[in-house]
Design a protein. Structure first.
Length: 233
């Protein structure tokens, strides 16, 4: 039997240990629970342990859970690929979007963000390992995209997100995370308000934190393996 509460304790201590080893304060890294394919009941269980930030990849599935759990003080992050016809519902129902990789999507989110809500927090997804057919803008496009997004209303650009090429080799994981950190630090020279590096998943939480992650996106290590046809993302 998987215990979500035990997993939560274990992931929290893994984050705390990594912060300590990296000489970073423990509150420098925020745990984002990736809840795609999980039921509202599983989210509720994790929330009971103290988790408030949840991330979803698929809009309809997310909206069902957002509705089911609307009484709870949850903060919703969208981390999946974004089609133009989905931007309105994303702008209306989420606090964060980590997967913006083109200006067209940012413009629509800015136009469609309801005025009564605070600005939508945005991370630009960067294809840091330059993989073919992978979401994310290129390293070379990033500065330009930042410049354009910072001019849009109703959005608050926070930083960069990446899903590096899958590898078991720690040195390669470190290199990809270091490249994203270096890119953010270059961008911060012109945009010092950028404060977010969304990187690291269940298998590479530690190297991500060592390289400066401020948000780690963790699914499997909290909820157990996904048994779902679309679960590989
Ligand atoms: C599914 C997913 C995660 C979490 O992956 P795990 O290996 O289950 O921790 C993180 N980020 C994104 C963008 C995802 O799609």
């Amino acid at each position: 039997m998987i215990s979500i509460a035990n997993n939560f304790t274990q992931v929290r201590s893994e984050i705390a240990n990594a912060c300590q080893r990296a000489n970073r304060p423990i509150d420098a890294v925020q745990l984002l629970a990736v809840s795609k394919t999980r039921t509202a009941a599983q989210l509720l269980e994790l929330h009971s342990s103290g988790q408030n930030h949840f991330a979803e990849n698929y809009l309809q599935e997310a909206l069902d859970k957002i509705t089911a759990l609307s009484e709870l003080p949850l903060i919703w992050h969208f981390i999946g690929p974004i089609q133009s016809n989905k931007t309105r519902a994303i702008a209306e129902n989420f606090s964060w979007v980590h997967s913006v990789d083109r200006i067209k999507i940012a413009r629509r989110l800015a136009e469609q963000r309801p005025q009564h809500l605070p600005p939508l927090n945005i991370c630009i997804q960067v294809n840091i390992s330059a993989e073919a057919n992978k979401a994310g803008c290129s390293i070379e496009q990033t500065a330009d995209l930042i410049e354009q997004i910072t001019q849009l209303p109703n959005l608050k650009l926070r930083g960069l997100m990446a899903i590096p090429k899958a590898t078991q080799i720690t040195a390669e994981q470190q290199r990809a995370f270091a490249a994203l950190a270096e890119l953010l630090s270059q961008c911060q020279q012109q945009y010092p308000a950028l404060d977010t590096l969304s990187m690291g998943m269940s298998a590479d939480i530690v190297p991500a934190i060592e390289q400066g992650a401020t948000i780690v996106r963790v699914g499997t290590a909290l909820f157990g393996p996904r048994n779902y046809p679309n679960s590989s993302v």
